[in-house]
Design a protein around this ligand. Structure first.
Ligand code: GCW
Length: 690
């Protein structure tokens, strides 16, 4: 269905199973699609592709309701679909969220009509992909009554793509999908990418890296140096952005741009970016107007400020609200939103406490169109982290949860690691913000300007993700952002069946996905709360891929007598940033969940856990269990040889071989490190702790 070279991912639209084919043909061979907005063009194209594949015959797309046909699809807004839409209460449709949709089987003038309607055209796009998903999954469609609205208003993919050399920071799927040199010339791949995103309900994309300036680079660029992300806001480059916005608009997806806080200095001859200076505010206003003149439905800006070398309001002794608001006020008249990242830390003793200490006091200070974008955990997308204390601590500020779809710390593009269970754990976490039963997902849901942003994973590789199985994470991100109540297994099952077909192979792949995250936690961390023990050197391939615990004493706190970081009141006090009863639970090693124990506590190596096993022995056991699990997953994959196409089988099999090797490298490095510090042998006599 895609340009031949590229993988179809989950939009394969293979011929429907015989037990469904006849019904699908009776109900969907004919489709009346209203001719309203650009989105309807995308809807028609997707129906042609999808129905063409699923029905194994060319669908007949009408510009008016067909007569004397057994069945037909009717897709359009309540007004356009009149009089068919009178079978549906228009108030019910108008009451839906803009991205929401309704699909209902009705009888109209003797035909079985499947009405797909929505309050806005974007909903028609999401609804069409939903209907095609049901058919791809072989679901019955003859008695539909679906009303679906996204839980999160904003469901955004953040790209960390650099314009120069098309390099993607923490990208493991080849060069950037965006050809900035050639833009505004378009290529087909952009539309195919927009289809993938829209098919899982994503409604926003930020196209460039939040590191808009190469840290440490002084002054504006000279002609020779590579161009940087901050330059995308320069007038000469805006047509590139506008061209991309045109592609994504057709699929109901708004475009965002990461901008540098000091753009007034970098992109013009102002000598200050001080947010309280009138000429700085005027600069942002002019720039916003220039952007919206070109892109009326532009989503807004994303800013990383005072973080990892990026410039920010601290450079002018201003706080983050002052820094954000000058940009937000420029966007407000155009309906734009500013996503201001809370990923701010410096050489503070305990990095974990900083975001809360920086942002909680600013609750209610941010302009109404600012969303404070918070990483799921207090460190940095580790295999497992506790949930950030900022969730539940800023009731008067629009919040966004930032997740990482690309697996920077979970094996990058090589290890199979399905992250939806991690994200479920975050979104289901009860913050007690409003008393018991106030999970993160509820804090984020149903509020304009709030939602979830995921750090992107795609690159220009034909398989899009660097690893065929990692497509499940982009699919899962979208589905979960739309409906956080969906189950991890349910989502993995949907993805597997659409990508590899139903049947035994699908079952095996589903199991592999569902067991992959725990395995990753075990061999990368030892599974009881340690984290951030990766190589951080210059070698790009090894960066954050290889183990190097010796580099991070301030994270694991390993000493001769024990290990772990004391974040109790006696230590950094991070546990106290949570609401009760969570704070008390984490504060006490007896009640702290074992999977987070050494994140909150520094304990003796021979400290006995609930089942009597010592801390060091548990670390050894989990590291070994992680490797055994990966070996088991590889064996299962190898059992699929001949059952799935050679290209994908071979690709994944090769990566599983490296996955096992690398898991062993982590196990042996961590166990040697624990043994070196504790001097305590592994009870099972397994090297290296012997
Ligand atoms: O995860 C870390 C990464 C950086 C990233 C940064 C951030 C874009 O190692 O590559 O920079 O966090 O989130 O800003």
């Amino acid at each position: 269905m895609f340009d031949s070279e590229y993988d179809d991912c989950w939009l394969r639209y293979d011929r429907a199973e015989s037990d469904r084919l006849d019904t699908y043909r009776r109900l969907c061979t004919h489709a009346y699609v209203s001719d309203a907005g650009p989105e309807l063009v995308a809807v028609r194209e997707e129906l042609r592709r999808g129905l063409g594949g699923l029905l194994d015959r060319e669908p007949h797309l009408w510009h008016h309701p067909p007569r004397s046909v057994e069945g037909f699809l009717a897709i359009g807004g309540p007004e356009e679909l009149r009089p068919i839409s009178e079978t549906v209460d228009p108030e019910e449709v108008r009451a839906l969220d803009d991205d929401g949709f309704l699909i209902r089987s009705v009888e109209w003038e003797g035909s079985d009509c499947t009405v797909l309607t929505a309050p806005a055209d974007a909903g028609l796009v999401y609804g069409t992909f939903h209907l095609l998903r049901l058919m791809s999954l072989g679901e019955p469609i003859d008695d539909l009554d679906i009303v679906s609205e996204p839980a999160n208003a904003e469901r955004i993919v953040d790209h960390w793509d650099n314009p120069f050399r098309r390099k993607v920071e923490r990208g493991y799927a080849g060069p950037s999908i965006f050809d900035w040199e050639r833009l505004p010339d378009l290529n087909e791949r952009y539309a195919d990418y927009a289809r993938l995103l829209a098919s899982v309900g994503i409604n926003g994309i930020s196209v460039n890296n939040v590191n808009t300036r190469i840290p440490g680079r002084e002054g504006a660029n000279d002609a020779t140096s590579e161009w940087e992300g901050w330059q995308l806001i320069e007038s000469r480059n805006l047509e590139k952005i506008a061209a991309l916005a045109g592609v994504f608009r057709r699929y109901g997806i708004e475009l965002y741009l990461s901008v540098n806080f000091a753009s007034p200095v970098l992109a013009s001859d102002l000598d200050t970016a001080d947010p309280v200076e009138p000429e700085v505010a005027a600069w942002w206003e002019r720039k916003a107007t220039e952007v919206y003149d070109l892109i009326p439905d532009f989503g807004g800006f994303v800013v990383k400020a005072d973080s990892e070398g990026q410039l920010g309001p601290y450079d002018y002794d201003r706080d983050h609200a002052e820094g954000a608001n000058v940009i937000a006020e420029a966007l407000a008249p155009h309906g734009g939103r500013l996503w201001w990242r809370a990923f701010v830390y410096s050489e503070h003793d305990d990095r974990a406490v900083q975001a809360y200490e920086t942002f909680e006091p600013l609750d209610g200070e941010f302009a109404d169109n600012v969303t404070v974008q918070i990483k799921n955990g207090p460190i940095d997308f580790q295999p497992r982290e506790p949930v950030s204390t900022l969730f539940g601590a800023m009731p008067d500020t629009d919040l966004g949860c930032e997740l990482q779809i690309t697996g920077e710390y979970t094996g990058q593009g090589v290890h199979a690691c399905y992250l939806v269970p991690q994200w479920k754990e975050v979104l289901d976490f009860d913050t007690h913000a409003d008393g018991p039963d106030t999970p993160v997902k509820e804090l984020l849901a149903d509020r304009e300007g709030q939602g979830i942003a995921g750090v992107g994973i795609v690159g220009d590789d034909p398989n899009w993700f660097g690893h065929y199985l990692l497509g499940s994470n982009l699919y899962g991100f979208g589905r979960l952002a739309w409906d956080p109540d969906l189950g991890s297994e349910e989502i993995a099952d949907e993805w597997t069946r659409q990508t590899f077909g139903a049947g035994d192979a699908g079952e095996t792949i589903l199991e592999i996905l569902m067991e992959s995250w725990q395995a990753s936690i075990d061999y990368h961390t030892g599974g009881i709360g340690l984290m951030h023990m990766m190589y951080n050197g210059e070698a790009a391939l090894e960066n954050h891929y290889d183990p190097a615990p010796e580099e991070w004493p301030e994270y694991h706190g390993a000493t001769e007598e024990g290990i772990g970081y004391d974040r109790t009141a006696a230590g950094s006090g991070y546990a106290g940033q949570y609401r009760e009863p969570i704070a008390a639970r984490y504060e006490d090693p007896e009640t702290c969940p074992e999977e987070l124990l050494l994140f909150f506590h520094h304990l003796p190596w021979d400290h006995e856990l609930e089942d009597g096993t010592t801390v060091v022995q548990r670390l050894y056991d989990n590291c070994f269990a992680g490797v055994e699990a990966v070996e088991e997953l590889r064996d299962r994959w190898q059992g699929l040889e001949g059952e799935i196409d050679e290209r994908r089988y071979r690709h994944v099999a090769e990566r599983f071989d490296e996955h096992v090797l690398q898991a062993k490298r982590w196990r042996d490095t961590l166990c040697a490190f624990f043994y070196e510090h504790s001097g305590i042998k592994d009870e099972h006599g397994r090297p290296p702790a012997v």
